[in-house]
Design a protein around this ligand. Structure first.
Ligand code: ATP
Ligand code: MG
Length: 334
């Protein structure tokens, strides 16, 4: 008998345009994992309601995320690619898990505290329980691996905690979910202004989107912060210069990286030239994805079929888990 594949789950919020961080933190792993694992990848539309209650643009963003996932190489025949709100079992598991999550620990979550600071006018309960919903998404498929970027590390710790707490209280249903990246370490793609990470809903002018046209990519890269260059050989790199090198390592050839590293160490680096080179390498990386995504995004009939097929696969797995959960909890009266 064929060995059962281990299970993988992850999601992206439909809050805007996908960017380089989503690609290198998440999507690149999804695409590699689809051949080795049983994969569930979702558009996290319910999560987006915690910070984006206005749904005017939601449908367009859902279509965009699906199209960009596929354009990056995800194959809807190999994985379950679905929309979170189509899998109703998520809400049920979320409810049960909410009884196991303490408000004190939720209030300490870094992402929650950040959002409270950024949007004091909308500190809703959904925001507080975001890590609980995320846990429900993951363990609903009894997933062991969760390909995510570094910003999600703490949420995954909480997911493990909630899954273990359920298992201790009601019996073993869930494996421990772990954050995953093929390189080992989780990645954080910095924003071009050096003030945080690239993001769909923040730092927009310092984020490279997979939908940016060539000139916009060039403009954004050329505006990245630099200085007049090192004055001592082999100096320590300032963060914002290290960030440019990090971006270069994602898309440029080894030869190019070696040249600019040597120039930096020898104090002959010209940051204008470095950024021009990086801009061209970025254009070459992003343009084919952008063009492919655009043709998929506008094919609504195809996207509908994908969503239906994805929901069917995801619900099959979800229903099986919910049955185990109800039995374990003693919610079976006949
Ligand atoms: P938003 O600003 O709306 O929260 P986001 O860009 O943070 O959007 P998410 O939908 O929250 O994107 O996250 C989707 C996936 O992309 C997650 O796995 C997350 O860890 C990863 N990710 C997001 N930004 C980065 C980044 N800058 N570097 C690496 N991974 C990232
Ligand atoms: Mg995010």
């Amino acid at each position: 008998m064929e060995k059962k594949k281990e299970i993988v789950m992850s999601g992206i919020r439909p809050t805007g345009f996908l960017h380089l961080g989503n690609y290198f933190g998440a999507l690149r792993n999804y695409v590699r994992m689809q051949d080795e694992f049983e994969c569930y990848f979702m558009v996290a539309d319910l999560h987006s309601l915690t910070t984006h209650p206005d749904t005017k643009e939601l449908k367009g963003h859902v279509h965009r995320v699906l199209a960009e996932n596929i354009a990056c190489g995800l194959d809807p025949d190999k994985v379950a690619l679905y929309c979170q709100s189509h899998v109703y079992e998520t809400a049920e598991l979320y409810l049960y898990l909410n009884m196991l999550a303490y408000t004190g620990e939720l209030e300490k979550t870094v992402t929650f505290k950040d959002k409270v600071r950024q949007h004091p006018e909308n500190v809703n309960a959904g925001l507080l329980t975001y890590p609980v919903l995320q846990t429900a998404d993951i363990i609903l498929h009894r997933a062991s691996y969760v390909p995510v970027g570094k910003d999600q590390e703490q949420h995954l710790e909480m997911a493990r905690k909630f899954a273990n707490r359920f298992n201790h209280r009601y019996g073993d249903v869930f494996p421990e979910p772990h954050a995953f990246n093929y390189g080992g370490e989780l990645v954080k793609i910095p924003s071009l202004d050096g003030t945080g990470k690239m993001s769909k809903s923040e730092n927009q002018y310092a984020t490279l989107y997979l939908a940016d046209d060539d000139d916009l990519i060039r403009k954004k890269v050329m505006k990245a912060k630099t200085d007049s260059g090192p004055t001592e050989p082999n100096s320590v790199m300032p963060d914002y210069i290290e960030n440019i090198f990090q971006l270069m390592r994602l898309v440029s050839s080894q030869e190019v990286i070696d040249k600019f590293t040597a120039d930096f160490n020898g104090c002959t680096i010209r940051y204008g030239d470095m950024k021009k080179q990086l801009a061209e390498d970025m254009v070459n990386f992003i343009a084919p994805i952008r063009e492919k995504a655009e043709s998929i995004r506008t094919n609504e009939k195809y996207l509908k079929e994908i969503m239906e097929k994805g929901a069917e696969k995801a619900r099959k797995s979800a229903k099986a888990t919910i049955e185990l959960v109800r039995n374990a909890m003693g919610l079976n009266y006949y």
